[in-house]
Write a protein that binds this ligand. Structure first.
Ligand SMILES: [Fe+2]
Length: 723
């Protein structure tokens, strides 16, 4: 049943989609020796660079550019980028394809000014055919919290566009920090007006309020690609040409890669987008993949896209290789260098043995998922430890896949699934103190418990989880922010309160959930992590996530009533930049005669666009929705709110697109949702088009033992039924 939550409730929608110093110790040409601004010595830096196998440049004193750079963007069709800044270094990226040869050299210049009159580093870096002509250079010796400009030039003087990047503040820097988090940028089905808005606002912000970096929480690409002549439109969308996938697979009209050339084609297609190029040229990105960088419904090394799936060890390696080539990040490739990936030679073989954590105990599987370790932590000033995890490479099998479970979804309830059954499935053999039921019962329905002998669900896997907990416990920053590509807030409704007569049979008892597959229903693992936060008296814990194609703000609590609601931190989900969300899907597909339609959409008597009562369902419950759909009186509907349903939620907009920013200081976390209209066509306005709304969620830092408390302020526009 797992699905890309973004496009419909997985419990009903089965449809497709929901979507050594080695390397050349590259002729370093510091402009001059000396002038090392940082405490960290050049020797230390070289050691760090060697560990990454980086091509590197070291900063010297400033002088005017001596390169013969003249901009020729056609030679650099994917632009430039930078990634993973720390307080003294950052990785710079470009792609310069050649027709012949397999290795060429570029010159990279780093300057303190956009005119390159104060160039502080100048080095050569190779581009290699076997890295698809991409280049990564680690530049060190930079000043902390400092803006730099960079550009690449080839032997003929063909120059890249100019990029801008920013180093991290020092660990003890007390100034507030600000970053954006984004996800889900399907340029196959939409446009990236969100980036244009982000750039527009950042250019006009005072320096202290500008973004330091962009955290990209995945679905940077969608590996499932539609071809416009096969699928001209979907929902409100025009299908745009992205790529043709060589030697790929196909399910229905979705084409997907099976080789590194296939994934590379998709990255190149995405990076043709001008707004994405502008964003990557303006800020350093810190990236983590979600599912679609490898496979829509895949997990570990199993590839699956709308079909039964297949062993995909070589496909996972291909996905990792392309990610490594196109997303500059402090990760270690099997080659031991930053120049090329060096894929291990593996076989696609079925996994037959699973260990006690659900990890596929098969050498090719283990080699594939470990060919690139993406999880890592970023320190950013005194106030931020950003701990980023991988939700797909190590996760256990989806506990909701057994076909008999469909019987637990009652007709007319649009995919609602009993929360009590999900708890049993998630707990596996550990449920009820190791005595799980042999059967799941719900009203009259009884089905075999498919998970009674299975390990409890894990999304992180044992090894990564141990690392994550260690990082969390050891953090000394004011705010410990978990960059988790998947949401962690429960999708819950109270169908037990639907009055008689609405549906043919009543909901037997208890709450329902409307989605699974993330930490919103990985109860055991969530409790383990939140329990650590609680028991270790960690304050300033917050989660930022994506994947759901919707905006959510609330609290990290292991349980909800009738369990103990005990928030230990804050939790946010950012809207998709472009990919369609569940409300768009429901506007097109939710049956008009569905008995519970009013819980999802309220049809206006005048035929205007329906209101999104689904937001109200999750936040306030069925009584509010049913009343609202009759009277369209928001205060009255909210007065019928079920206070026990969702104490974990302050805000939900299942139809919102855009991005979020986070500002962290010694005493406050401020998260802003910048929501744009459905990004169906590219706005030609400099600001990326109008806003739907801007909402600010602020929370003062709480003391150990206290509860976090968010206050929500609508700054502009109208968030509809989200509050
Ligand atoms: Fe997505």
């Amino acid at each position: 049943m797992r699905d890309d939550v973004g496009d419909g409730s997985p419990f009903i929608e089965k449809e497709l989609r929901r979507p050594s110093l080695t390397s050349v110790m590259p002729q370093i040409e510091p402009t001059q020796e000396g002038a090392q601004p940082m405490a960290l010595s050049r020797r230390d830096f070289i050691r760090t660079a060697a560990a990454m196998g980086a091509s590197l440049a070291w900063v010297g004193s400033a002088r005017a550019s001596r390169s013969n750079w003249r901009q020729s963007s056609a030679h650099y069709p994917q632009g430039v980028a930078s990634g993973d800044p720390d307080a003294q270094s950052v990785i710079l990226w470009t792609r310069r394809p050649y027709d012949g040869g397999d290795r060429h050299l570029l010159t990279v210049e780093v300057a303190e000014d956009g005119a390159f009159e104060r160039v502080v580093a100048n080095a050569r870096t190779p581009v290699l055919a076997n890295a698809d002509w991409t280049a990564r250079v680690l530049v060190g010796g930079l000043k902390p919290a400092h803006v730099y400009w960079f550009r690449f030039t080839d032997a003929e003087g063909n120059g890249s566009r100019i990029g801008r990047t920013i180093t991290a503040p020092r660990d003890d820097d007390p100034r507030p920090v600000k970053f954006a988090f984004v996800s889900c940028q399907s340029v196959n089905e939409g446009k990236l007006n969100g980036y244009r808005r982000m750039i527009f606002e950042d250019e006009r912000a005072v320096p202290a309020e500008q973004l330091g970096f962009v955290l990209h929480l995945g679905d940077f690409i969608y590996e499932v690609v539609e071809y416009p002549e096969e699928v001209p439109t979907r929902y409100d969308r025009t299908i745009y040409e992205v790529a043709r996938i060589p030697d790929g697979g196909q399910t229905d009209k979705l084409h997907y890669p099976l080789t590194v050339e296939g994934y590379r084609a998709v990255y190149k297609g995405y990076l043709a987008d001008p707004d994405l190029q502008d964003a990557r040229a303006r800020w350093p990105f810190v990236g983590m993949w979600d599912n679609h960088e490898f496979s829509w419904q895949g997990w570990q090394s199993i590839q699956r896209a709308g079909d039964d799936g297949r062993p995909g060890q070589t496909i996972k390696v291909a996905a990792n290789q392309a990610w490594f080539e196109y997303i500059p990040a402090r990760v270690k490739a099997p080659s031991g260098t930053l120049e090329t990936f060096g894929p291990p030679a593996l076989k696609n073989v079925a996994i037959e043995k699973w260990d006690e954590n659900g990890l596929g105990d098969e050498p090719n599987n283990l080699a594939a998922i470990n060919s690139l370790i993406g999880y890592r932590a970023v320190r950013y000033g005194r106030h931020l430890d950003l701990i980023i995890t991988d939700q797909h490479s190590y996760r256990s099998k989806d506990p909701t896949e057994a076909p008999q479970l469909e019987k637990l979804g009652l007709p007319g309830f649009n995919g609602m699934f009993p929360e009590s059954a999900m708890q049993v499935l998630d707990g596996g053999r550990s449920f009820n103190g190791g005595k799980p039921p042999a059967e799941l019962t719900f009203g009259e329905v009884r089905v075999a418990n498919p998970q009674k002998d299975a390990p409890p669900q894990t999304i992180l896997g044992a090894e990564q989880k141990a690392w994550f907990k260690e990082k969390l416990k050891g953090s000394t920053a004011t705010w410990k922010v978990w960059g988790n590509s998947l949401g962690s807030l429960d999708w819950r409704a109270d169908p037990q309160n639907i009055p008689a007569g609405v549906t043919t049979q009543p909901w037997p008892a208890g709450y329902a959930i409307l989605s699974s597959g993330d930490h919103g229903s990985a109860y055991v693992e969530r409790k383990e992590i939140y329990g650590l936060v609680h028991d270790s008296r960690i304050t300033g814990f917050a989660i930022v996530s994506g994947d759901r194609h919707s905006f959510w703000a609330g609290y990290a609590s292991a349980a909800l009533p009738p369990g103990k609601f005990e928030p230990v931190g804050l939790s946010f989900v950012g809207g998709s930049l472009a990919s369609p969300g569940v409300m768009e899907s429901y506007e097109h597909k939710l049956p008009k005669d569905l008995p519970t339609r009013a819980l999802f959409l309220a049809d206006r008597p005048d035929g205007a666009k329906p209101d999104w009562t689904f937001n109200m369902l999750l936040r306030h419950g069925v009584r509010s929705c049913l009343d609202y759909a009759k009277n369209f009186d928001l205060p009255r509907a909210r007065s019928l709110s079920n206070a026990k349903l969702a104490p974990h939620l302050e805000f939900v907009d299942l139809g919102g697109h855009g991005y979020a920013t986070v500002r962290l200081s010694a005493n406050e976390m401020r998260t802003e949702f910048v929501c744009i209209p459905r990004p169906v066509t590219r706005s030609e306005r400099a600001d990326g088009g109008p806003l739907r709304y801007r909402v600010v969620h602020s929370a003062p830092l709480w003391a150990a033992g206290e509860r976090p408390k968010l206050s929500v302020r609508v700054v502009e526009g109208d968030p509809g039924l989200s509050i």
